[in-house]
Ligand binder design. Structure first.
Ligand code: 5GP
Ligand code: ZN
Length: 302
């Protein structure tokens, strides 16, 4: 058995994760959630004084915004859309017949106005753009959302529905790149405080197809994405538990995010993969939180 499925089995056996029959879709125990809540309080401790505006969007977003975002150009393989039955009584009868005989009943489902949120920051840009000009000294937002990515896997660190906590910064190039650097430093400090071994490395998003390879290389060459990596199911290939993304003026241009003088703002976002961080803690310190090192327990629970 490989390391990924054996860790997953141990998580199921301990009750920390609950099998739903679908790879990458898990229930979580109270104990697992308590670790995530404690880590989120630690994030608040590090980031709270920055005065970010907290906003919580549901795990689904406006399909029109999703279309404008260009997500389907870059990551069609990961997207999830919400479809519903929109027919009449006759259609309903044929739907039930279809289900009864085991045929594909989903093919007549119609797209709704909602798609599943692919990253916590996606609903933010159009929301902020609607409000008007960005202040000269920039803007900062604190987000958390369940995100969906269609990538079923036996690796417990690759889930299809997982939570992402994000800080998003808008402002001048210097303002947002300083923000990103400060969170790289804070990320290392935070993980050290909870006894996790980390490295930071340049990274790229999983752009689709042959054209995607060029986009990925470009992103790497320009150091637009860094990840904070922690060993979970492999030491040779540690898992990205945080990412630090500089979008240049791409989102500013796309969404019309401008300063009062009309110039386009730059944006950056920093994301914490909350399930991955909890899994890194359980993998490193053991499945029983009572046995975790005192210093780690103190950092998380005081
Ligand atoms: P990014 O937008 O950089 O791909 O994702 C931000 C963060 O979300 C990642 O650094 C990671 O911690 C978390 N994340 C990304 N994909 C997955 C996934 O498939 N499963 C889980 N649990 N977390 C993920
Ligand atoms: Zn983001």
């Amino acid at each position: 058995m490989d390391m990924q499925s054996s860790f997953l089995d141990r998580l199921f056996d301990s009750g920390l994760l609950i099998d739903t029959g679908v790879d990458g879709l898990y229930g979580r125990s109270g104990q697992f959630e308590d670790v995530i809540s404690a880590f989120e309080r630690l994030i608040d401790k590090f980031g709270g004084a920055d005065g970010a505006e907290a906003i919580r969007f549901p795990p689904g977003m406006n399909r029109a915004f999703f279309e404008t975002s260009g997500y389907m150009k870059s990551f069609p393989q990961l997207a999830g859309t919400v479809h519903s039955f929109c027919g009449n009584e006759l259609d309903h009868m044929s739907l039930l017949k279809c289900m009864e005989v085991g045929d594909d009943w989903t093919k007549d489902q119609q797209a709704t106005d909602i798609v599943l949120t692919p990253a916590a920051c996606y609903p933010l840009y159009p929301t902020v753009a609607k409000r008007g000009a960005i202040p000269e000294n920039g803007a900062l937002y604190d987000l958390q959302s369940y995100c969906f990515r269609h990538e079923p896997s036996k690796d417990p660190a690759r889930q299809q529905l997982f939570r992402m906590r994000e800080y998003v910064c808008m402002g001048s190039e210097k303002h947002v790149t300083d923000f990103r650097q400060s969170w790289m430093d804070r990320g290392v400090e935070m993980m050290k405080a909870v006894g996790l071994d980390v490295t930071i490395d340049v990274a790229n998003d999983p752009f689709f197809g042959r054209a995607g390879k060029m986009l990925a290389n470009n992103q790497r060459d320009q150091n637009l994405k860094f990840e904070l990596l922690i060993p979970i199911t492999s030491v040779a290939k540690p898992t990205a538990c945080m990412s630090f993304n500089y979008h240049q003026d791409a989102f500013g241009t796309k969404w019309g995010l401008n300063f009062a003088d009309g110039s386009v703002v730059h944006t950056a976002c920093v994301g914490f993969g909350l399930e991955r961080i909890a899994l890194a803690l359980f993998h490193t310190h053991g499945l029983d939180v009572k046995e975790w090192p005192e210093s780690v327990r103190k950092t998380l629970w005081g």
